[in-house]
Write a protein that binds this ligand. Structure first.
Ligand code: SF4
Ligand code: SF4
Length: 419
């Protein structure tokens, strides 16, 4: 796709990259068929090819209205279109640059700006988020059921940040922001699995939000600040030989793998950020690569429908890994139709675009519940919280299921089973 960038944007950062991405698109429209928002709305401008045209028109200096931003806002950034595209168009990166350039020129209503500012000022900070959730929890019992189910249980177990003897951790864990408050059992499960495998781990206390929320809300500098803070927190351990950074929320994992790209223009951090991206792993990806052994496991009757988050299958290209692990741990995995489609959670999307998010959730749950599972498993806290609002069965993180399998099926070491 040819695009002559308007002289007004020649000096904008990453414009050459956006132009190069635009050139890779051959207008074929294959991506449209797998776009969830196109499937619901049926408007070409609410599909990837239409959004690419809108960005191209803006960058070329054609007259653009706030309608273009509305179509871009409806995008989940799920990257299903990237998986489908035969030309390898990096749509998400293009949309990120396009939105960043459009927003200041096209503007947003004050109510939207306030909503986004509130999300950015609370959600990435566990110490601010926890009191809000605890307050909501205190009135949960008097709320309508559909409202009450929006509020996570918010347990607050003591989360350990290190293990004795882990001065030289093999792996670093990212506790995350929303996950550490709303579903802390996920990280505890990962810690338990690592302990069983006698793998020293560490959660550097100074690390925090991965930066994804700010980036997706158009606050790029704020996102880069989170990334630099995390790099500073992890770097001493990396210099000591830590071999991987495990993010148990797949959305955070996808973000870590893009640190190199995000900080490529920062001379002080570019090399370190590239190294972080190389070390970032989803726990499932890492466990499978280790070919490690767990206490012997036998098949049992729990039937699981697995929802593979977009950040895992499209963002990290790791479709099928968790299903393999769960099957090896003895669970019965049920077939799930349309598994490539987003559930509607998509970071802050479910709060900013509730109607589309609810429609997508309804479609996703009808696929997940079709074979009558005992539970639904997923790999990202956002999907977990979003789906459990309407699910008829519990929605768990797969790490909890794996940890339970180890717990229930523990046997002497000579009866080990391979992951
Ligand atoms: S990222 Fe997802 S919602 Fe956005 S255009 Fe691509 S497929 Fe559609
Ligand atoms: S599938 Fe790829 S090349 Fe074809 S229209 Fe979509 S983004 Fe462009």
């Amino acid at each position: 796709m040819q695009c002559d960038i308007t002289p007004a944007l020649h000096d904008a950062p990453d414009i050459a990259e956006a132009e190069a991405i635009l050139r890779t698109c051959v207008h074929c429209g294959f991506c449209t068929a797998t776009c969830p928002t196109y499937q619901i709305l049926g408007d070409e401008l609410d599909g990837p090819r239409g959004r690419i045209y809108l960005i191209k028109d803006f960058l070329a200096g054609s007259p653009t209205t706030s309608e273009s931003l509305i179509h871009l806002d409806r995008c989940l950034m799920c990257r299903a279109c990237e998986t489908t595209c035969p030309s390898g168009v990096r749509y998400a990166r293009l949309a990120e640059i396009g939105r960043r350039e459009m927003e200041p020129i096209l503007g947003r209503p004050a109510s939207e700006r306030l909503q986004r500012a509130l999300l950015r000022s609370i959600v990435p900070y566990p110490r601010r988020l926890r009191p809000f959730l605890q307050l909501a929890q205190s009135v949960k019992s008097v709320l309508r059921e559909d409202w009450a189910r929006r509020i996570p249980d918010c347990p607050s177990p003591t989360v350990e940040t290190t293990r004795p003897g882990s001065d030289y951790p093999r792996v670093l864990l990212l506790a995350g922001c929303v996950q550490s408050v709303s579903t802390p059992g996920t990280n505890l499960a990962l810690q338990k699995i690592l302990d069983t495998l006698q793998i020293p781990w560490q959660i550097p206390a100074a690390a925090g939000c991965c930066g994804a929320l700010s980036l997706h809300l158009g606050a790029e500098e704020e996102a880069l600040g989170f990334m630099r803070r995390n790099i500073d927190a992890w770097w001493p351990w990396i210099e000591q030989g830590a071999e991987a950074i495990l993010a148990s929320a797949s959305g955070c994992g996808a973000m870590l793998k893009e640190y190199g790209q995000a900080l490529q223009h920062d001379p002080a951090y570019a090399d370190k950020a590239r190294r972080i991206a190389e070390l970032a792993r989803d726990p499932g990806e890492w466990l499978l690569a280790q070919n490690v052994e767990l206490p012997g496991i036998v098949p049992h009757k729990t039937k699981v429908a697995f929802h593979c988050p977009c950040s895992l299958q499209h963002g990290q290209g790791l479709h099928g890994r968790i299903e393999t692990l769960l099957q090896r741990a003895g669970y019965t995995l049920l077939p799930v139709a349309d598994s490539h489609l987003c559930c509607g959670s998509a970071g802050s999307y479910s709060l900013l675009q509730p109607e589309l998010a609810n429609e997508l959730r309804q479609r996703k749950l009808s696929c997940l519940e079709a074979e009558v599972p005992d539970c639904i498993a997923t790999a990202n806290v956002g999907c977990q919280l979003h789906l459990q609002q309407k699910s008829s069965v519990p929605v768990r993180h797969w790490l909890e299921l794996l940890a339970e399998a180890i717990n229930n099926m523990g046997r002497p070491k000579n009866e080990l089973g391979h992951l």
